[in-house]
Design a protein around this ligand. Structure first.
Ligand SMILES: Nc1nc2c(ncn2[C@@H]2O[C@H](COP(=O)(O)OP(=O)(O)OP(=O)(O)O)[C@@H](O)[C@H]2O)c(=O)[nH]1
Ligand SMILES: [Mg+2]
Length: 377
């Protein structure tokens, strides 16, 4: 089978790279490629060919093509997404199956004799990890060896031994998840406490509208920032105020969206105004979300609150306390940054380990471990 994928990121750029892989790669590319020399190309490894990609005789783009390894050809075309789409269309007509980059990487590894699904996932996830700490956590990970060892010793192990170990792995994987992927932090709190000011400060630009009118933010606004090794997607939400839910359809919807984001995030940054009483605020909404929470007393330039565990005084306006806030976020999500040797790092692995913890016979447990090691990615 021959596959083709776009290896470069979506969007307009100077160039885009399209990869064609499989036993028919040379034939497929040859059928759409008109070499500048006018001769058919052999696509020898490490030789660069220039020519036109065509579709039914119509020229799409002038490109550079090279075989990077056996059965793999990279086409560097111009980066207009329209051109990329047309090149992919021509490849599809020529018989290539269009896949995403992850699938193609997996197929390349399988073709090289790699059959262990966890190890293939490790190669893919290392390419996507958002921090070096995340890459290192995956590289040092021994889940594959642990699972293979379970299979080898399955007759001498009890289901409870395996279940307990799976539970340990699942909880040890939590901090690693935040180093490998983007963390979602919701900025919540009463109206006018400075949530949008905080988002703007952390993102380094004026993304959200700030005014002294309570209820300024209605639709949520997001932005990205870093906290140590973490990449954090911040969501600024409408000030939580149950009393305005019935006031208008827009208020009702914006309150609903704030609550929905609360339930989907990894951490809540609860912003309170240190100059105002929070007696009216319904803390239950935050508590019931069951999420990790950092209480932020904002407007410290006007007066500070006594410090408590899990809380911090900042001024989103002057930036005072922001460094300490970023450190606190990192501490709450990844502790001291020490990542266990055995972790799961994909949704597939996590789902299988969770299923094992609910399994009550050794045969199904064994089947699930086999799926973990050799199942479809
Ligand atoms: N002095 C002082 N004022 C601040 C600080 N942070 C925000 N403000 C002011 O507080 C008011 C409300 O700020 P916003 O960022 O719009 O507050 P919000 O929580 O997003 O408000 P809603 O979207 O209405 O819920 C504005 O007048 C800000 O300039 C701060 O650290 N110090
Ligand atoms: Mg706001």
């Amino acid at each position: 089978m021959t596959m083709a994928c776009v290896s470069t990121a979506k969007g307009a750029a100077a160039i885009a790279v399209v990869e064609v892989f499989g036993s028919g790669a040379v034939d497929v590319v040859r059928s759409i490629f008109q070499s500048d020399t006018g001769k058919p190309c052999a696509f020898k490894e490490s030789v660069i060919y220039t020519g036109y990609v065509t579709d039914d005789g119509e020229i799409i783009d002038h490109v550079v093509a090279a075989s990077t390894e056996e059965n793999a050809i990279e086409i560097s075309c111009h980066g207009n997404p329209l051109i990329v789409e047309m090149v992919m269309g021509a490849l599809s007509k020529a018989g290539a199956k269009l896949v995403d980059a992850e699938k193609l990487i997996a197929e390349k590894l399988i073709a090289k004799g790699r059959t262990n699904s966890i190890e293939i996932e490790a190669e893919i996830e290392k390419l996507k990890a958002v921090s070096m700490a995340g890459v290192k956590a995956i590289a040092a990970n021994d889940l594959s060896a642990v699972a293979c060892d379970w299979l080898k010793r399955i007759d001498s192990l009890t289901i409870d031994d395996i279940k307990d170990k799976c539970k340990d792995i699942l909880s040890a994987s939590e901090p690693a998840k935040y180093l490998i992927g983007v963390c979602r932090a919701v900025i919540a709190g009463p109206p006018n406490s400075g949530k949008s000011t905080l988002l703007n400060f952390l993102c380094g630009r004026e993304k959200a509208i700030v005014t002294d009118i309570a209820g300024t933010t209605r639709d949520w606004v997001s932005g990205t920032c870093r906290a140590g090794d973490l990449v954090i997607e911040l969501f600024d939400t409408a000030g939580l105020d149950a009393s305005i839910i019935g006031e208008s359809a827009i208020d009702g919807e914006s309150q609903r969206r704030s609550r929905q984001l609360l339930n989907e995030c990894d951490i809540v940054l609860l912003v309170l105004d240190s100059t105002q009483s929070a007696d009216e605020f319904d803390f239950d909404i935050i508590t019931k979300s069951g999420k990790k929470v950092i209480t932020i007393f904002n407007k410290s330039d006007l007066g500070e609150m006594p410090g408590e565990q899990g809380s911090i005084n900042i001024s989103a306006m002057t930036g005072a306390g922001i460094d300490q806030l970023m450190k606190l976020i990192s501490d709450v999500l990844v502790g001291n940054g020490q990542i266990a040797k055995t972790i799961c790092f994909t949704e597939r692995q996590t789902a299988i380990l969770k299923r094992i913890t609910k399994c009550d016979n050794i045969k199904s447990t064994k089947d699930l471990i086999k799926e973990l090691v050799n199942g479809e990615i």
